[in-house]
Design a protein around this ligand. Structure first.
Ligand code: FAD
Ligand code: 2HG
Ligand code: ZN
Length: 476
């Protein structure tokens, strides 16, 4: 029966594009090395029509599908379970540019295009694609859409959802929905695009998208500051909004523990100012006039911040290379955490004003729960999004720490997130990592509506079953 399906899939996508056995290993292990699944096979279609045929063949065989892009997701959503009965549908071969329309300010590109390549294509066309994240060298646009990824420029340009003007999707019964109009206004009923964005492969397979391009800034400046407290970081953010207005394109927070790990594992990166205060903040300004204009605004902001004692010390990058190096330090925290050992992640959002109190209370509760726990707290403060992560105490083995303590640490963190009016997933999604937790923190009505949408769009539960929602498995 499965041999028949593999033969049918091979007939659709061609010899060499259906992988089995050892060749599936990299597609079956998640980035964090927490899940080691097993795929029936990995199928790599080269066109939307082939995706539709693959979905129809799997549906006919009653075999479920795990759509996959760059496999950089952090919530155990992109790899198959251990049954050996799921098909991984990899979009990586589908990376063609369908159109670039400078007048409409849009690029239409296939879902498997790596984010960095989308950025480069848009730059060549004289514009900016303002989605930026540490995994941009390997994550795909389809994955970004399926997770509604955030990243480091959300404070100015919004999440992936805000950059998307249209989608092409293969539905669970193998039809193609062409919604690639690229219109900025279209009120013809329910906006289906927004259902698929952020649905983590559970409602349809995204095969292409029309995305916004924005004007390139005339100049970009980056500053790295040490700040005395979270209250000061918040006040600096308010000041930056006031002085830079829409020129503020990045506002990232990093605590001392996060930077200590980068310093430990990547000493050549020479982390600035990290021992001077409990937090550092990375600011980015993008100016539509000139470098001189940007510099004047930025220097004035930092002078004021120092007068108000919101900033202990600061450096402004003097070149594009220096700015790049500062961003590289910020983007290395996840890798430094991985190098230190498996760890516990909480991708949370809170009202910005409540973050200092949340962190004070939660830090204290966790230090009481597990003395020596290392709290690695960093993230997109401009969006109220913290990566409030935890690493084992120095004298505890990392895997034992995760196995024995992840659950109770999560309970403390999520209870406080809820109490302070926040969300248990800001930008990484739910996957299978948080699917059991979701019903505790989301309203029963919202959960019921989500279940109904899933049943309506994927009645056979074929698309990424068991992700986002706890549901019945259809595998035989
Ligand atoms: P995958 O990991 O392959 O898949 C993710 C989910 O999307 C899965 O549920 C999968 O089934 C589904 N999916 C993938 N492609 C499709 C498709 N074409 N159609 C339907 N469903 C699909 N995330 C952020 O939001 N902000 C960050 O700043 C950020 N930084 C990161 C830094 C590092 C170092 C790493 C490793 C990850 C980071 N991430 C971040 C998480 C991750 O990169 C994003 O979630 C990214 O959007 C996933 O893209 P992907 O192509 O790798 O998707
Ligand atoms: C980031 O902002 C990513 O760097 C990853 O979202 C966060 O490692 C993490 O927890
Ligand atoms: Zn992030």
């Amino acid at each position: 029966m499965h041999a028949d399906l593999i033969a049918a899939l091979t007939a659709i996508v061609g010899e060499g594009h259906v992988l089995t056995g050892h060749a599936t290993a990299e597609y079956a292990t998640d980035w964090r090395q927490r899940l080691q699944g097993q795929a029936l096979c990995v199928v790599r279609p080269g066109s939307t029509d082939e995706v539709a045929q693959v979905v129809r063949a799997c549906a006919a065989a009653g075999v479920s599908i795990v759509p996959q892009g760059g496999n950089t997701g952090l919530v155990e959503g992109s790899v198959p379970d251990g049954s050996g009965r799921q098909v991984v549908l990899s979009l990586r071969r589908m990376h063609a540019v369908r159109a670039i329309d400078p007048d409409n300010l849009t690029i239409t590109v296939e879902a498997g295009c790596v984010l960095q390549n989308v950025q480069a294509l848009v730059q060549e066309a004289g514009f900016l694609f303002p989605l930026s994240l540490g995994a941009e060298g390997s994550c795909t646009l389809g994955g970004n859409l399926a997770t509604n990824a955030g990243g480091t420029q959300v404070v100015r340009y919004g999440n992936t959802r805000d950059l998307c003007l249209g989608l092409e999707v293969v539905t669970a019964d193998g039809q193609v929905w062409d919604g690639l109009l690229g219109l900025r206004k279209d009120n013809t009923g329910y906006d289906l695009r927004h259902l698929f964005i952020g649905s983590e492969g559970t409602l349809g397979v995204i095969t292409a998208a029309s995305m916004r391009m924005v004007p390139q800034p005339a100049a970009q400046l980056t500053a790295w500051t040490a700040v005395p407290s979270l209250d000061a970081a918040n006040a600096l953010l308010a000041l930056a909004h006031q002085h830079l207005a829409s020129a503020l394109t990045g506002f990232e927070l990093m605590n001392q523990q996060a930077l200590a790990l980068v310093d430990l594992h990547y000493p050549h990166l020479r982390v600035p100012l990290w021992q001077q205060g409990p937090f550092c903040v990375l600011l980015e300004a993008s100016d539509s006039e000139s470098e001189a204009h940007a510099r004047t605004l930025f220097e004035r902001l930092l002078e004021l911040a120092m007068e108000k004692e919101l900033v202990l010390d600061a450096v402004i990058a003097e070149s594009v290379q220096q700015a790049h190096d500062l961003w590289h330090i910020r983007e290395s925290i996840t890798l430094a955490q991985a190098a230190e050992g498996v760890n516990v992640k909480h991708d949370i959002s809170l009202p910005i004003s409540r973050i200092p109190a949340f962190v004070a209370e939660t830090d204290a509760a966790l230090h009481a729960l597990l003395p020596g726990i290392r709290l690695v707290n960093f993230g997109h403060l401009g969006d109220g999004n913290l990566h409030y992560n935890a690493q084992a105490p120095e004298d505890m083995e990392a895997r034992a720490f995760v196995a024995d303590h992840e659950e109770c640490i999560g309970e403390v963190v999520y209870r406080n997130v809820h109490r302070f009016g926040g969300s248990i997933s800001a930008e990484h999604g739910i996957g299978s990592l948080k699917r059991e937790k979701l019903p505790h923190y989301k309203s029963p009505v919202a959960m019921q509506l989500m279940q109904r949408i899933k049943s309506a769009l994927d009645p056979q539960n074929l698309l990424n079953p068991g992700r986002v929602l706890v549901g019945p498995r259809t595998d035989p």
